[in-house]
Each structure stands twice: as structure tokens, then as C-alpha cells.
Design a protein around this ligand. Sequence first.
Ligand code: PHE
Ligand code: ZN
Length: 853
Amino acid sequence: MNDAAPSTQPETFYLKDYAPFGFVVESVELTFRLAPETTRVLSKIRFAPNPDAPDRHFFLHGEKLKLISSRINGEAVTPVLTDTGLTCDVPDQPFTWEAEVEINPQANTALEGLYMSNGMYCTQCEAEGFRKITYYPDRPDVMSTFSVRIEGEEKVMLSNGNPGDRGAGYSEWHDPWPKPAYLFALVAGDLVNHPDRFSTGSGKDVELNIWVRPGDEDKCAFGMEALKKSMTWDEEVYGREYDLDVFNIVAVDDFNMGAMENKGLNIFNSSCVLASPETSTDANFERIEAIIAHEYFHNWTGNRITCRDWFQLCLKEGLTVYRDAQFTADMRSAPVKRIEDAIDLRARQFPEDNGPLAHPVRPEAFQEINNFYTATVYEKGAEVIGMLKRLVGDEAYYTALDLYFERHDGQACTIEDWIKVFEDSTGRDLAQFKNWYSQAGTPRVSVQDSYEGGTYTLTFRQTTPPTPGQDHKDPKVIPIAVGLLNPNGDEVVPTTVLEMTKAEQSFRFEGLSARPIPSILRDFSAPVILTRETSAEERAFLLAHDTDPFNRWEAGRELAKASRIAMVTEGASPDAQYLDALQSLVRDDALDPAFRALVLSPPSESEIAQALADQGVTPDPDAIHDAAETFAQTLAQNLSDSLPRLFAATKVEGPYKPDARDAGLRALNGRILALLTRIDGAEAAAKQFETADNMTVQNTALACLLKAEKGEAQSQAFYEQWQDDRLVMDKWFALQVATARPERAPGVAEALTRHPLFTIKNPNRFRAVMGALSMNHAGFHQADGSGYRLLADQLIALDPLNPQTTARMCTALQTWKRYDADRQEKILTELKRIKAVDGLSRDTNEMVSRILD
Ligand code: PHE
Ligand code: ZN
């Protein structure tokens, strides 16, 4: 099992095979002698036999390491080396293992382990990157304290925990909290800091720093405020305090993911921490605030309590996403955040759950764990926690969380531990609820209603379609939040949570004097697809009157989808009733501008394609795109008299502030500008571009201009203004692809891959172009297959350099079964072409194989 698997038959790991490691690690001492191509790593590790383990097999993970020497209790030993690690005979009692290895950070383009980004040393160890740094039992249930000494000429040399001794050419760190190796981190380079301090609830003084490259100092203030707000919030809401003397954040340009919660030393993709009004949009600010919070919150949910094995990833990620969503809801607008999350879940998680990559929130098998950092584990994992909270109630939820922290602090836990805490503290039996963790697929919930003699009855049915490897699905526990309105819009039954547990179930409301209008699945109380045959009148009524903001928005969304589908399938005109409703909403100044902006944002073309496929209609991407254009054009024309006035009235005056109020108004203003651009020859957009003093309005104006194909000069000007700013240039690359007419999109993307500033090695830049192409629905799905071909070419080029990012980007092809035979065949051709590549990475091989299955 520890031998390298032959490349044709990659090894699969199973949850059911879990066994503890044969040894416990009592302490780890590491010395790094930094050199770009020949870094030496010296390790000194105290092992002791683990009384709880079934066997004492001494296997240390290790990949791409050059072993220089190894010793046990000071005596040289000769371990047996394999591609994945080493084994060695060891004493039957506590012993000290020492090894010296050499690694090459400069050659590490996978951005996992120790690598270099713009001359700076940086690590990424989650999930299994530590084994590229030294030989170690690289599994999350092996926890130890770490002492680190870094030797090098770098100005700043950081690791986890608290700082120790420091002098010319070295810097020492000690982390007193036992942790798994995936939370190890080291950073060294020419960095400058934005310092601050925080005093915890119990009066502990903490030094805070955001470390960046010289020149980026002016982009740290917002992130620092977000950090302090997060620290306060976690104390107030969860009673969790920070536990070290320092908290460091570092920004790096080359990073596969958003950010990483390494103990006391969070490492961020620079796009997820650096912010300034001139270079960042409102959306960037909101995302940065959320990610800073997310990583900080991991200190308790992830670090103090970690995962027993990687199958339990949702234990830390689902909970931490849930916590960061609560934080954003508290800092900004709760309804807006909920709507944004539902949009995101439907755009990213539903396609996953309904296609070849479907897997349970807690997967049971994997070849490459990096492929399971998915929307299902993260976002559906967070939804599951939201449902649990709704079922037990707020108070019981926080009582259970207190018990979780008390009972499991310092441990590596499972979903069973998590559920048990809720069972013990509430007395509830959660056996059926666990289906949410073990069974993949999005439940379909249909509803019928009847009214008789003052009694209103709602009857629900749930089914979950089969997913790969899981034909049978049991009914799930579904909290369905319902409110009832009477025909004048008053709420006759306020929000009530119905607990559905059976395949089919009825709920009665008695003593009603008239047939009510139901508002079902309020606040999106469960991640399900709700279907209800109902009239456009009733939806329009809810759009105008529902007291639940989520369902008010949802009613508009349903109308939009129905109209779009009728346009595509029956050649209908845009629905007049819906157009009217939109027009009165836009003008309704009593409504939150952010909410109005969301109502005005059309469903994505991909979402319409999925809705059609769900109805058994093969989606035609061009027809869907044309319908979207026609709809927007009609809305713009119908509103033409009021657009200039609305545009002026929603303009944000005064200096730029990234807060929720101003951002919401700018979002509405941007939607109006998009409509106005359709009728004013792009005049207003051109003017806005000229006078823009922040990136939000500059970016919006450029997007409108490019979409109208009147932005060439401005695009050039934008380029000249920002060519030295990597993060703004990512926007420039992405915008051109995102706004290109479908037939031009693959060509535009292809040309950009040949631009001097394009580099395949930087994940942000790669995603700016290829991610934008995959999200330009009609462009990516051009009938000639050029979009698919370009993506496959790029993935094949990237795979040998960066398997992780390559594999993630393969998800663009996961929906292939939706489309017509011709497109299917073209996608399959590309998937097979990728799969046939000699030496394809395990990451990409697994993804492509699953998509093809
Ligand atoms: N654990 C990180 C987070 O959720 C994500 C991550 C995973 C980053 C793997 C890098 C590598 O915050
Ligand atoms: Zn996380």
C-alpha cells in the first residue's frame, strides 16, 4: 500500500479504511537553510509508540525529496525509499528521528510544498503538501508542537506561532499549540508590514501584521479592519478568543486557492487581501472581508479542532463557511448575503451535485484529495449547518457549539463527533439528518396545496435523483420555512419551520378565513430544488408583497426564468407582466438599492440551460443568449424615459466607501448603466469611464463599453493606466473575454493567451482568461467547438506545471451531458484528448475520468 501506485492504476483511498498512525509525535524541530534551488530541511522529531494503533508500521510520507542523511537516536540509518515516502525499522519505545533533505523551491510550479513567488519563499501544505518539505506522517490526526529555525538572508522570515530568537541570518519560531502538518507555514522574503494591535476580551494583547511586497503597503488597511472585526465578532458570537501573541497575514501573488489558515500565519492569494478604492471593486472588498474572516475563524474551527482525516474536510470547511456567512450577514445585509449565497450555490454546487462529479458532503473515496475542495464540501457543507441550526433553534445551536469546543479542543475529529455533540446537547436523534452528509444529489421537492373549510394543506414530496455510485437515496430531513399571506399582502401565518422527514408529507394550517398565498422555502431554508405549479400572477404578487426578502427575490427569479424559457422554447416575447413588475421595483425608493440591483440581475445563461435540461429540453446556448439580449433590450426600451433620471438619482456622491450601503447603491447604478448603455449609444458609460475615481465605477463603465463594442480606446487607456498592477490586469484580461459576443469569445481568449502579460504559471491570470471563457456560456459553447478546444489546449499545457489548478478548471466541462449530440461529441473529444496525455497528473486524470464516466 505504501509503494508507488503504477501510473495506469492510481490508488484510491477509502473512508472505511481509516486506522490511526502507529506512533504519536511528541515534538517537531525544523531547521530551514534557504536557497532557491537547494534548500536544506533538517528535522528532529520525537516519536513514541501509539497505544491506540493496530500496528507499528513506520512509514513517513515524502515526495520529491533528496534524502541527505537520516538518524535514529543519533545513529545513522538507511531507510527504504519509495516514490511516496520511506519505511525504516524503529525501536519499540520513544525515539528521535532526524533527517536532512534537499528540495528545490525554485522549480516548484505546482505551488504546493515550499515554492517561490516573485523571489519570495512561501509554503502551502494543505492538504498533503508537507510531504514535499520533509519526511513526515503527513495526516491531520498526527498533531504536534513545532519549533522552527529559518536560516537565510531574507529581510523577513516567518513561521507559525510566537516569535523566538532572531539575529543576523536567522529567525526562530515556536508554536505551542499542537497541530497537524497541513497547518505548517513558512514565508521569507523582502516584505513590509502593515502593523496593528488587538486586545482580546480577556485582555491579552495581540500583535497583528499584514505582510506585503514593497509598494503594496497602501492596500492593507481594509484587510486589517476586517481582521479586527472578525476577532471581535468571534468573541461576541461564539465566545472564541485568539490564542497566540501574534497573528500574521501574508499576501502572495502565486497561489492556487483563495487563502490558507496556517496557525498564526495565514497566507493569502494577494487578490483576496489587497484592497484599495482605486484598484478594487465593491465585490472585491466584500469578498476580502469574508475571506479574512473565514481564515481567522478557522483558528477555532479547523485548527484548535481539526479533522481526523481528509474525508472529514467539511467538518472544518462547512462550519467555517457557515460562520463567515453569518459574519457577512451581520456586517452587511443579511437578506442580500442570503440571496448572493443562493445564487452562488445554484451556479456552482447544483451543477456539481447533478452531474458526473457529484459526491456526498463527506466523500467516502478519493484518489487526489485536492479534487475535493469543492462547492459541495464547502457551500453545501455550510447549508447543512444552516439547516441543523434551523432545526434545533439558535439557542440550542450555540449551546451545542460550546460543548463542541469544550469536548473536542485539541482533537482531530469526525462528522460523527460533530453530530454527537448536537444529539447530546439537544436530546434529538439525528440519525436521519446524517443523510445530508452521506448521500449526494440535490433533493427535488414538489408541493401541492389545497384549501377547504378554513384549513389550508401543503403536501410535499421529495426525491433525490441517483448520483454516481449511489443509486438509492433515502428521504432527508428538510426544514421548510413557510409563511402564509392573505390576498391583501398581510402575513396571516408568520414564518414557521416545517420539518419534512418522509418522502411525502402534508402539513395543515387551520382557522384561515380565506385561501392564503404561500411563501415556501423562505430564506432558502434548505439546498433543494423546489417546484410548484403556480401562476405568474401569484409570483408577481409575491414579488410585490412577500415579507420574506429572499422569497420576494425568488419570485422575481422564477418569473424571469419562466419568461426566458418561453422565449427560447416557444418564441414568446418577454413577459409583459414581469417587465412591469421590474419597472415598478426599480423605481421603488423604499426598497434597499442592493436588493433592487439583485432583482434587476438576470439569471445566468447557464442557469437557464440547466432549467431547460431539467425539463427535458436540450439547451441551445445561442438561443439562450439571444433571449437574454432581447429581454434586456426590451427592458431598457420600456424604461427608456426614466433611465437617465434613475441613473442620476442612484449615483453615489462623496468619497468612495466600500460599505454595504454605498456598494448596494453602486450595484444598482451599475445595473441601470448597463440598461442605459443599450439606448444612449454608450454615452453615459464613456463619461463615467472618463471621470471614474474608483475601480468599481471604472470597471463597470469599461464592461458596459466593451459589451456595446464601443470600448476599444478605453480598454487601451485602462491597460496603460494599470499595466503594472497585476490584480487590475487580471480584471482587464477577464473583462474582455466576459463581454465578448459569443462568436468572438474563444478568439478573444486565444489572442489573450498570447499577450505578453499572459502567463500560465500564475493561477489568477490563467483563471482570468480561461475561467472567464468558461463562464461566457454561449461563447464557451460555440457550435464549432473552438471554446472547448482552446480550454483543452491550455489545460494540457498547464497540467505538467500545476496539476491542482488544471484539475479544478476541468469542472468547466462537467455539464457536457446537458447539450446536443454534436456539442457532446466535441466535448468528449477534448476530454479524451486530455486523458490520453502521457504522464497526466493524478489530479487531472481523476477529474477527467470522473467527468467521462
Ligand atoms: N483551507 C483553505 C480554506 O478554506 C483552502 C485551501 C485548501 C487553500 C487547500 C489551499 C489549499 O480557507
Ligand atoms: Zn476554509
